[in-house]
Design a protein around this ligand. Structure first.
Ligand SMILES: Nc1ncnc2c1ncn2[C@@H]1O[C@H](COP(=O)(O)OP(=O)(O)OP(=O)(O)O)[C@@H](O)[C@H]1O
Length: 716
């Protein structure tokens, strides 16, 4: 015994804490279970909490009702209770996580140091749900965490640690397997996921580990394996607290300590070995061949229909516990250690946050893997883009590089421009909405774990996405531009591509913003249409920009549809000509012979200008959807009418000014008329391009702001 204590004394830096170690050893011995000695690590931690009261924000009802407790270093403690007893709430409060909706009063100390909001820095928290970036392999997940959380160590040490943890958690078989996304792609098994969660958290060998339901979803063998691993860790001095639901007897036997919660109160807290005696003294001995956990829970459960009786029984058990020797000893420990030191700065830190450069480097590495490794998702993105482009091309098919627009084809091309911008925006926006919200919970958890800043995570994500937004628009533009026979001009082609890039970056920025507002993919996809439709309707295609009601003007300012469509229409039609066929022989009125000699250049009669009333393309609300938005080019008959009027009025020789159409059709008129009819303005071209760039940045800044606000420290 003396030798053991000496051994511990040598390993343990703070001599003043030896009595507690002795107490722990005493507890182990008194239960007569084993000769095992706990060789405590240098940075081992004991946890105490006093007068802890927890309420839901805005609720009067207390979830945790003024409880105090003490967990000695090196304990493996099970927190048990019936459903709704407050286990997860207590765990979250002790771990300092997920406190956004809770009001907490009371003190929590580690080694006597009062904890404020720094528990995450000195502990690991294995949460119930295993969330990862699914396109990483098991090993990459650990290498990434080692790089960020052990940046103060050499690379070789990090890799050694990764390999050690892989072996320790039995992940060797699947170390190079891609983790996968549940419900979307093939994943490693549930047990492997759980072990990977543990491996990720124990990489840095933290002195305290919180585990929320570590065995949920595991079969009995795996559950025992996981708890056995925790047992080994605790034997080296790590303090581990687990909420757990009715473990098997074998698994339960591995826990050194038990905390039973009964509707927010302590029904028992102490060495597991003392629990049977306590219940026996209460008159509830464990029946033969009965799982002790089931027995304990049965006595502290809130039974539906017998609530009053259940509460009375719970109160009796809690009161009885409070006068036991175990409770008194606990209280003594709480009183002696609680808040002994005001500052907790000297406590061992689990994680050393890497520099911003290291954070960005590794986050970018992960984001690139996440964007481009998942071949199914990448292929889906490409197919979606190219498929949409080909569909639009086929729908508005024209001879490529054909400059001879007639009335119909001018309308078709203008519609194609609008459809190109809108469907392209939708494709890109929903790609972000399908992918980014999946990453947000991972970012949230890792940010709260202190591994990196939201800024680094978001910036890396944005950077990783950019190549896609540059390359894909090129393919998209090539397909549509040629299939739809847009204006045959190299400059115009490159502008069309560039505008598509600007639109892609603007609409994906909006996608990031919506994703930042939502809690998951479903929510993001639910709110997206209502945030998108106003911007879509304000593209200027349905209602000319100048007729937008004043209260919608702010939406118009942030509508990339408006800037994008205006620029696409301008790019296509500015200073181009639209040729019309005029069949002179069809006319049944006398026209001077020379009237349609198009070879001349007389200016006596100008070709009738298309008067605004001819540009009847101003949308009619009832005529939704969009093709009505295309200005109606005046028909040849309309033009004849005008022309003949002019001829009659002027009584002059009738020769039309201008050049022949390239294909010998007689009349051409200015494409600017289409721009005018839609109330777009060519002079806005560069302004719009700049505004698209500004929107791309502004939406991303906004998305970052929302994430930073949602995941602020006080919301942890
Ligand atoms: N933020 C909150 N606001 C209001 N009530 C809350 C809040 N969080 C939890 N509760 C309530 O507190 C009680 C305890 O919840 P908690 O999740 O801690 O129980 P639990 O013991 O972990 O239950 P289970 O085993 O079913 O997960 C429940 O009645 C729950 O509805």
């Amino acid at each position: 015994m003396a030798a053991e204590k000496d051994q511990i004394r040598n390993r343990f830096s703070s001599a003043s804490r030896i009595e507690e170690v002795e107490l722990e050893l005493g507890d182990v011995r008194r239960n007569g279970k084993s000769q095992e000695v706990q060789y405590l690590r240098q940075d081992a931690c004991d946890i105490a909490w006093s007068n802890l009261v927890v309420k839901g924000k805005g609720f009067e009802k207390e979830i945790i009702k003024n409880i105090s407790g003490y967990v000695p270093r090196g304990s493996l403690m099970a927190i048990m209770g019936s459903s709704g007893a407050g286990k997860s709430t207590l765990m979250n409060v002790l771990a300092g996580r997920n406190l956004g909706n809770l009001t907490v009063t009371g003190d929590i100390s580690v080694n006597g140091h009062l904890i404020e909001d720094n528990m995450p820095e000195i502990s690991a928290y294995v949460q119930q749900d295993d969330i990862f970036i699914g396109s990483m392999t098991v090993r990459e997940q650990l290498v990434f965490h080692a790089a960020l959380r052990m940046s103060h160590k050499k690379k070789s040490e990090q890799i050694d640690r990764v390999e050690h943890v892989i072996e320790q958690m039995g992940l060797t078989k699947c170390k190079d397997t891609v983790i996968g996304i549940p419900g979307m792609s093939k994943t490693i098994s549930g047990g492997e996921m759980k072990r990977l969660s543990f491996a990720t958290e124990i990489l840095t060998d933290p002195p305290i580990i919180f585990c929320d339901e570590p065995t949920s979803g595991l079969d009995s063998y795996l559950a025992e394996t996981v708890i056995r691993t925790l047992k080994t860790l605790s034997q080296s001095g790590t303090t581990i607290l687990c909420t757990i639901h009715q473990p098997s007897s074998q698994v339960f036997d591995l826990f050194s300590h038990l905390l039973l919660l009964a509707q927010g109160k302590v029904a028992f807290l102490g060495p597991t070995a003392k629990t049977p005696k306590f219940f026996e003294k209460m008159g509830f001995p464990i029946p033969m061949n009965f799982n002790p956990c089931d027995h304990y829970i049965n006595h502290i459960a809130l039974i539906p229909g017998r609530e009053e009786e259940s509460y009375k029984k719970m109160d009796a058990i809690c009161e009885r516990y409070s006068i036991t020797k175990t409770a008194k000893k606990n209280m003594k420990m709480v009183d002696s250690v609680s808040g002994r030191f005001a500052s907790s700065e000297s406590l061992p830190k689990d994680t050393q946050r890497a520099s911003m450069f290291v954070q960005l480097r590794w986050l970018l590495w992960r984001a690139i893997i996440s964007h481009y490794r998942d071949t199914t998702f990448a292929a889906m993105k490409v197919i979606q883009n190219l498929g949409t482009a080909i569909f639009i091309g086929l729908l508005f098919l024209r001879i490529p590089w054909d400059s001879s627009y007639d009335r119909n084809s001018a309308q078709t091309v203008t519609s194609a421009l609008f459809v190109m911008v809108t469907s392209y925006s939708m494709c890109y926006l929903f790609l972000v909405l399908m992918a980014f919200p999946l990453q947000v919970p991972v970012i949230r958890r890792e940010h709260y774990g202190g591994h990196y800043t939201i800024f680094a995570a978001f910036f890396a994500e944005v950077l990783a996405g950019l190549p896609f937004f540059v390359v894909m628009p090129l393919l998209y533009t090539i397909i549509i531009y040629f299939m739809c026979g847009f204006t045959p001009d190299v400059n115009a082609f490159f502008w069309c591509y560039l505008i598509n890039v600007f639109i892609a970056t603007a609409c994906t920025g909006y996608g990031y913003f919506i994703s930042a507002l939502a809690r998951n993919v479903k929510e993001a996809n639910t709110i997206a249409p209502s945030l998108l439709i106003p911007l879509f309707l304000l593209s200027g295609f349905f209602i000319p920009a100048k007729q937008v009601p004043i209260y919608f003007i702010p939406f118009q300012y942030i509508s990339w549809f408006y800037y994008g469509v205006e620029n696409m229409v301008t790019n296509q039609w500015v200073d181009t000509s639209i040729c019309m066929s005029l069949n002179v022989s069809d006319l049944d009125i006398p026209i001077p012979e020379d009237c349609f000699d198009f070879s001349g250049s007389l200016d006596d009669v100008t070709f009738p200008p298309v008067r605004p009333e001819y540009a009847t393309g101003i949308p009619i609300p009832g005529d939704f959807p969009f093709p009505t938005g295309v200005p109606e080019i005046p028909s040849a008959e309309d033009l004849y009418d005008q022309l003949i009027e002019e001829i009659m009025d002027s009584n002059s020789t009738c020769i039309i000014r201008g050049e022949r159409c390239p294909d010998s059709r007689p009349v051409q008129f200015d494409g600017n008329l289409i721009i005018e009819a839609l109330a777009y303005e060519p002079k806005n071209f560069s302004r719009n391009n700049w505004l698209l760039v500004v929107l791309s940045v502004a939406f991303r800044v906004l998305a970052y702001g929302v994430l930073a606000y949602r995941f602020r420290k006080t919301n942890r």
